[in-house]
Write a protein that binds this ligand. Structure first.
Ligand code: B12
Ligand code: SF4
Length: 479
């Protein structure tokens, strides 16, 4: 069978670039190929966020791909804030394509039945992990025996089976990175592994998280508990990537790389010998309360250069409210350990938590200035279906509203900062946020990449700008 897998289109160009890999789809692609099926990836995200193509152009390219590749099945990766894009794609494709359209990912896992009801042209959905379900579907197995499968009968009735977790994870083939748009994903940049000017690809060493922070839907598709790849599988995966691609960075997508200390240490040991063959740097995400001097020493020795911490807020009342189950002191200690151990640390912060005011934001900024992570980012709180927060809000937004661009964008505009009149917001950002943010990032960048790498960074940026200019000229000629 022929499978076309599609990512949703991001509405903005990611500047500077964050080229994290769509691991879910390339892992599904590898499983399907293992059984002899043909797979192509149509990456709407890479075309919009990377190449900067507009919606019309991407839609035309997708329609052309459907006609030339002639898939039997089209699979969509669905995320809640971009659900309108998938819905639009499906109605665009339906008149051209009479085969099976199926969706998976976080949104499909949280709301499989609503997805089938609200998106008319969709035939099926997978709740949870997709590798086994799609491979079984391709093998012609009766849907009633495929785990996590939701399907619509011609009479409109919906049936489903419960999801099953893939175990052991090592049974999965390595994700098929050859499906990726290499021009986008291999671009050397300083944001994928923040502050380090590297060409990198992503991997994942574990699936799941044992916590359930109120706002978080990160491990929804993986179900309860945590499962691990063996350290040997991870080392072999890295070895293959280093041999096949001109990369010098690996970004781990794990929710919490340090969730099992022994496992993390074994991975470090397995990775170390690879550093002698070809030097590469890597980064992880971890909870603050798992970070100590010893683990930093081991990570650093194995080539890890950056830990991203989901700090979310420095205010204890916020941490308690979102059920982060940690303390401001623990976070401060973790950041201090990173400084002492020479490990770069990035703080992921959230704006838009309940009770937030400009005053509390200023307190968060003052805290950042005090503890000095090497870099930080602030994302607005997003209320995703499948989280405790969505349940508590109780407005059943996705169940009760249309899934069109306007409604969805309205729902996701939550931050009080974005509620400020645009002029006031600009002034606040310019005065309090931008200078500090720029200073921290620039300093980190200079320190890690000076001087040869920095020169290459500037050169690469210049070349990218020239490519974009050529693209724009070409685009204007074809219009
Ligand atoms: C890496 C990443 C990105 C990367 C790459 C995205 C990509 N295309 O995969 C970048 C930086 C581009 C990104 C951007 C965004 N992301 Co993101 N991202 C992640 C992250 C951290 C890891 C994803 C990953 O690699 N998982 C590991 C793989 C193995 O699992 P998986 O992707 O879930 O895929 C499995 C199943 O979901 C399923 N599946 C997935 N797709 C399909 C399709 C079919 C047909 C089938 C059958 C099954 C199936 O099978 C896969 C294999 O088992 C997750 C958090 C997480 N832990 O998952 C957030 C996450 C997926 N992102 C999220 C969001 C919201 C976004 C953005 C909308 C940004 C934003 N906050 O507004 C954009 C959307 C960009 C886009 N166009 O897709 C949310 C989604 C929540 C939700 N309810 O929808 C998550 C869960 C983070 C969060 N905030 O909670 N993201
Ligand atoms: S925020 Fe981090 S620790 Fe909390 S549930 Fe999500 S992945 Fe787990």
């Amino acid at each position: 069978m022929r499978f076309l897998l599609v990512t949703p289109r991001t509405e903005f160009r990611v500047r500077p670039l964050i080229a994290w890999t769509p691991l879910g789809l390339i892992s599904i692609g590898a499983s399907l190929k293992k059984y002899g099926h043909e797979v192509a990836l149509f990456d709407r995200h890479a075309l919009s966020a990377g190449a900067g193509y507009g919606k019309e152009r991407i839609n035309d390219l997708l329609a052309a791909k459907v006609l030339s590749f002639k898939p039997d099945v089209i699979g969509f990766h669905m995320v809640s804030p971009l659900i309108h894009d998938t819905a639009e794609c499906i109605s665009l494709i339906r008149p051209l394509f009479s085969g099976f359209m199926i969706a998976g990912g976080h949104h499909a896992t949280a709301l499989p039945e609503e997805s089938l009801r609200k998106i008319g042209g969709l035939n099926g959905a997978v709740a949870g992990e997709g590798e086994l379900a799609l491979a079984q579907f391709a093998e012609g197995i009766d849907p009633r025996r495929i785990s996590g499968f939701w399907w619509k009968n011609p009479d409109g009735t919906i049936h489903h089976t419960p999801p099953v977790q893939i175990e052991p994870l090592d049974a999965l083939p390595f994700p098929d990175y050859s499906l990726l748009n290499s021009r986008f994903y291999l671009q050397r940049n300083h944001m994928t592994i923040r502050g380090f000017f590297l060409s990198s690809l992503s991997m994942i060493a574990s699936r799941g998280c044992v916590r359930r922070c109120e706002f978080c839907s990160e491990s929804l598709t993986f179900g309860r508990g945590v499962r691990f790849h063996s350290p040997e599988y991870i080392a072999e995966g890295i070895r293959r990537l280093l041999a096949a691609y001109p990369i010098d960075g690996i970004y781990f997508h794990d929710n919490d790389f340090l969730i099992d200390r022994e496992q993390a240490e074994k991975i470090c040991e397995a990775i170390l010998p690879l550093q002698h063959q070809k030097r590469f740097r890597w980064s992880i995400q971890a909870r603050a309360d798992r970070i100590d001097r010893d683990v930093i020493r081991r990570l650093k020795k194995a080539g890890c250069v950056l830990i991203e911490i989901g700090v979310e807020s420095s205010l204890q009342k916020n941490l308690d409210a979102i059920e982060k189950k940690t303390s401001t002191e623990k976070i401060e200690e973790a950041i201090a350990h990173c400084h002492e151990g020479g490990m770069s640390v990035h703080a992921n912060m959230i704006t838009g938590l309940e009770g937030e005011t400009i005053h509390t934001l200023e307190r968060e900024l003052a805290w950042l200035k005090k503890v000095k992570p090497h870099s930080f980012s602030w994302s607005s709180l997003e209320i995703h279906p499948g989280t405790a927060l969505y349940e508590r809000k109780g407005n059943r937004f996705f169940e009760s509203h249309d899934w069109n661009r306007e409604t969805i964008l309205q729902f996701y505009r939550q931050s009080p900062l974005s509620k400020l009149p645009p002029k006031k917001k600009k002034i606040w950002l310019r005065k309090h946020y931008v200078p500090f943010h720029l200073k921290t990032h620039l300093w980190h960048l200079l320190k890690n990449n000076f001087p040869r790498k920095l020169f290459s960074a500037l050169l690469a940026q210049g070349i990218r700008e020239i490519h974009k200019l050529i693209d724009r000229i070409r685009q204007s000629r074809t219009v």
